[in-house]
Design a protein around this ligand. Sequence first.
Ligand code: ADP
Ligand code: MG
Length: 258
Amino acid sequence: MIKGGNYLEALTCVDTVVFDKTGTLTKGIFKVSKVNTHDISKDRLIEIAALGESFSNHPIAQSIVKEYNKEIDNSRIRDYTELSGYGIKAKIDDEYVLLGNFKLMEKYNIECNEIQSVGTVIYVAVSDKYVGSIVIEDAIKEDSKEAIKKLKKLGIKNVVMLTGDNKKVAQKVGDELEIDEVYGGLLPGDKVSKVEELLNNSSRNKVAFVGDGINDAPVLARADIGIAMGGIGSDAAIEAADVVLMKDSINSLVDAII
Ligand code: ADP
Ligand code: MG
């Protein structure tokens, strides 16, 4: 679905395509692969994480709630805040809990070491003390690699990936998909600045951004052409986008550019 004829024309002038990672190039279906505990039982860590994530619709949150696999009593969770690009802050029973990436731990001065993992790591802190981490893994969509190859054949000069996930995961996905430029560890605002840089470098041609809208609606709005994944995309994404892909596959983007 294309919102206006000018975007149809603009699509033919695209030379840079920027992708969001989670939910766009990858399935956004995470599975818990490792649990690291620090003075806490594994079951308790998962329980705290699942309670904290129960109000979030981020794919990370859904995987942790699924791993817990028990009924959640919503009345145990208060003061819930989602910190875009960082994670979650909430009060569970009587304790403040933080759940998110290493940046979140730094932001709140929680003492802990960064785990070097090719999986996405969710750090957990209770009452300002690090209690462990949960490593989760996502898979690349079956057709992402082929679609990127086709985009290059069509004359797209620069294929870029932006992600809020850690740099190791970013590089692994980037290498596997033969992406030209990979940037990890970005906050939603950093994604906007990166796209602005690319817009400046590509003055005569157009820059398209493809995302699912979770933490990237501002970038969808800022690119010359914002392209949202319609199926799993959030309402905010569909609102902010110029083009909505009805199938959540980037192969349908290739069709749109042809
Ligand atoms: P991407 O840029 O790959 O689409 P996001 O911007 O959605 O990823 O998220 C960036 C990072 O922020 C995640 O990799 C994770 O570390 C952290 N994060 C976001 N939402 C949550 C959440 N609900 N729980 C824990 N961590 C989260
Ligand atoms: Mg995303």
